[in-house]
Design a binder for this molecule. Structure first.
Ligand code: PLP
Length: 325
């Protein structure tokens, strides 16, 4: 099951120490996992999920992919690139109205050849079935990728990512105590949880919630738990995991999805100026702020190794030029 994928990225992505930042926060040693460098049309964590999702679409004989997101969706941009590589037609349903000028991820999705539909208030795929019917009437065979690529198939990308990290930790003779990452549609978190069980990763996950809104009245913890339950069964993992075992930190999501505050702006500049690494304003800026807040307030034991899983998002920076200048 783990090898049942269509190659889209450059793996393993680097795992390395943040030297200057570890000096600024001397109670901790800070590492980073560079999924901003997966290589697919400027990279990001969706590349890992799409390797499994695109394979399934091809196996089912589909010729068209439909997925949805916000206008600055990294998932949609990487899906457009994946479709280009796999020879599939890509339809994107994006929230809001058609802007006069395309920029950031929206511009890239368009360059990458996706057909773009603007869906107003709906940015989580509410209109997918209508479009699917239309395309099917024209003879297309459609494969729908859920919001954020987050179902069991997509999460397999992060099961595999744990295998990758485990190998890197052995090679680098390193133990990571805590792994911080941004969690939003749940696939990354669910895959990491499943991978931890399979590959006996000895790290604790601290998932930072990004989007305070619920999708269809279901909490993100429930979304993650559902994917995890399916995974436990399909991957034959002999372990009980309950909703209360899913840890999601909601301390940093108050402003809502896509709203950039001084918190995100300051850490984007701090990491850029010290390490030459670019975070994004929506996901990794918020999660990195959360991690540094944990370190400053010593919310986790000192003298430990922490890792930030950089999940990408670079193109969205350009959309926030006014806030970041
Ligand atoms: C989608 C995304 C995430 C969140 O991953 P999920 O699997 O949706 O929880 C984090 N960071 C970036 C840059 C993303 O595009």
């Amino acid at each position: 099951m783990i090898d049942n994928k269509f190659n889209l990225g450059f793996f393993p992505t680097p795992l390395h120490k943040l030297r200057k930042l570890s000096k600024i926060y001397p109670d901790y040693t800070i590492f980073i996992k560079r999924d901003d460098q997966t290589g697919l049309a400027s990279g990001g964590n969706k590349t890992r999920k799409l390797e499994y999702l695109i394979k399934q679409a091809l196996d089912e004989g589909c010729d068209t992919i439909i997925t949805a997101g916000a206008q600055q969706s990294n998932h949609c941009r990487q899906t457009a690139a994946a479709c280009a590589l796999a020879g599939l037609k890509c339809h994107l349903l994006l929230g809001g109205i058609k802007p006069e000028v395309y920029d950031g991820n929206l511009l890239l999705s368009s360059i990458l050849g996706a057909a773009i539909h603007f869906t107003g208030e709906n940015r989580k795929g509410e209109d997918v079935e209508i479009l699917k019917k239309k395309l099917e009437n024209k003879g297309r065979k459609c494969f729908v990728i859920p919001y954020g690529g987050s179902n069991f198939t997509g999460a397999m990308g992060f099961v595999n990512a744990v295998k990758e990290v485990k190998e890197q930790l052995i090679e680098q003779k390193l133990k990571i105590d805590y792994i911080f990452f941004a969690s939003s549609s749940g696939g990354t978190q669910a895959g990491l949880i499943l991978g931890k069980e399979i590959y006996q990763l000895q790290s604790e996950f601290i998932a930072i919630n990004i989007d305070k809104d619920e999708t269809k009245g279901v909490s993100l913890e429930e979304v993650v738990e559902n994917i995890v339950q399916e995974g436990l069964q399909k991957l034959n993992i002999d372990k009980k995991i309950q909703l209360s075992d899913i840890y999601l930190n909601r301390d940093y999501d108050k402003e809502g999805y896509g709203i950039v505050t001084n918190n995100e702006i300051n850490v984007i500049k701090e990491l850029a100026k010290n390490e030459g690494i670019l975070l994004d304003p929506v996901y990794t800026g918020r999660a990195f702020y959360g991690m540094l807040d944990f370190l400053k307030r010593k919310r986790i034991p000192t003298n430990t190794n922490v890792l930030f899983w950089h999940t990408g998002g670079l193109p969205a920076l350009f959309k926030y030029a006014n806030e970041l200048k």
